[in-house]
Every structure is written in C-alpha cells, then in structure tokens.
Write a protein that binds this ligand. Sequence first.
Ligand code: AP5
Length: 224
Amino acid sequence: MAELNLLLFGPPGAGKGTQADRLQADFSLPFISTGDMLRANVKDGTELGQQAKQYMDAGDLVPDELIVAMAAERLREQDARDGFILDGFPRNLEQAKALDEQLSELRRHVTAALLIDVSDDEVVRRISGRRVCVKAGHNYHVEFDPPKREGVCDQDGSRLVQRDDDKDEVVRKRLEVYHEQTEPLVEYYDEQGVMRRIDGTRSPADVHDHIRAVIATLRLEEDV
Ligand code: AP5
C-alpha cells in the first residue's frame, strides 16, 4: 500500500487522540488534529485562536471558512505526503467534500475512516476524568489511563489539567453537535466503502489492537 490516509471519527471523548498517539508511533505518520491546532492558536493568542475560542468554549463547531484552509495547508506539508492520521476533520459534509476535492487534486484518496464507537454515557464518564498536559496535550484519564505520577505527564513531565471545554454543559452541547453534524459522515464514508467501525468501549490497548488489525487487513486487500 503506497500511503495510509486515515481519518479518526467518533464522538467527543471516544478515544481518538488516545489512539492517534499510539498509531503515530506504529506507522510513523503525522498526527493532524484540528482540535489541537485550534488550541495551539488559542494559547498563542493568534487571530484565528481569538476567533475560534468563543465557538470552542460553547461546544460549537468553528466556522468552515476558518477550518478548511487551516487543514488544507497542513495536509500540503511535506511530512503528510506519504499519509496522515487526521483527527477531528472533517466534521460535517462541507468539510468532507472539501477534503475529497483537495485529495483528488493530488490524486489521493481516504484509505479508511475509522469510527471509534462509544455511547453518550461513556463519553460523559471519560471526559469528566480526562486530564491533558499543558505542554503538548497528551491525554490521560484519572481512572482508566492514569499517568505514572499523579498530575504529571509521562511523556514530557509537564502539568496535567482539565480542558476548558470539558465542563458538563459544554460536553452535552458537543455531543449534540456530533450527532447532528458529524454522524451523517458515517453514511458518506460507508458509500465510499472506506468506513470501518471499531468498538471503542474496550480498553485503550484492545481498541489499538483492533485498529491495527483493520489496517493490516486493508493492506492485505490492497496487495491481492
Ligand atoms: P477536538 O479537540 O477534536 O475534540 P473532540 O472531537 O470533542 O474529541 P476529544 O479530543 O474531546 O476526545 P477524543 O476522542 O480525542 O478522546 P480522548 O482520546 O481524549 O475538538 C474540540 C473543539 O474544536 C470542537 O468542539 C470544535 O469547537 C473545534 N473543532 C475541532 N475540529 C473542528 C472542525 N474540523 N470543524 C469545526 N470545529 C472544530 O479520550 C477521552 C478520555 O477517555 C481520556 O481521558 C482518555 O484517557 C480516556 N480514554 C480513551 N480511550 C479509552 C478507553 N478505551 N477506555 C477508557 N478510557 C479511555
């Protein structure tokens, strides 16, 4: 298989970032998270960050005109030439079409859209215990995936905090937005034959094994 262009899908808190960290190490592919890119812009106080913050804090999607150009520019970078793991983009039909157009101009296509499936109740349990490091946003859970030293990131030693948009009422809004705007993409990628469903209710290690098995099968199918 020449390249792996992977999309990670699922509701907020499904474990997309957790799995992306592991997959990035497996396949040496760049991990591109529009959420992380936006949070970096907010932290740096850029114009984009200032515009995006109000939508993120409310649990709404940031307008397409701000996101599509940012994602397109990142995908054109050299390190994404042989593949990528895209997390959080596309998030609605307009973004999916924009991504398809960009890839087809480059004679590329989405290899697989991996849906990490968990219930809304599980999302709330996971997000309430999530902690992220201030330096690079590495993910932990106080109960399900704790760091070795409480409050300290295993990977870079920085402090662990709760995300601004992880408050209960914002999480409920993010779930609503997911069901209304992002979930229809399951059908969109099903029709393209690239949708793969992953049971996200199992442990992070089991979910990781399942995704690796799916990718191995895709590679075998491509070689046949
Ligand atoms: P974004 O950062 O993309 O957030 P999200 O999609 O809501 O997803 P999360 O990062 O909350 O969850 P995750 O699935 O990565 O779960 P995680 O691995 O952390 O977007 C944030 C905001 O930015 C949006 O609301 C929007 O405003 C804006 N935005 C971003 N992209 C946009 C776009 N394209 N268009 C418009 N706006 C955009 O796991 C969660 C917790 O569970 C962790 O604590 C983890 O340790 C734990 N956990 C993970 N896996 C398991 C497991 N298997 N079992 C038990 N616990 C687990």
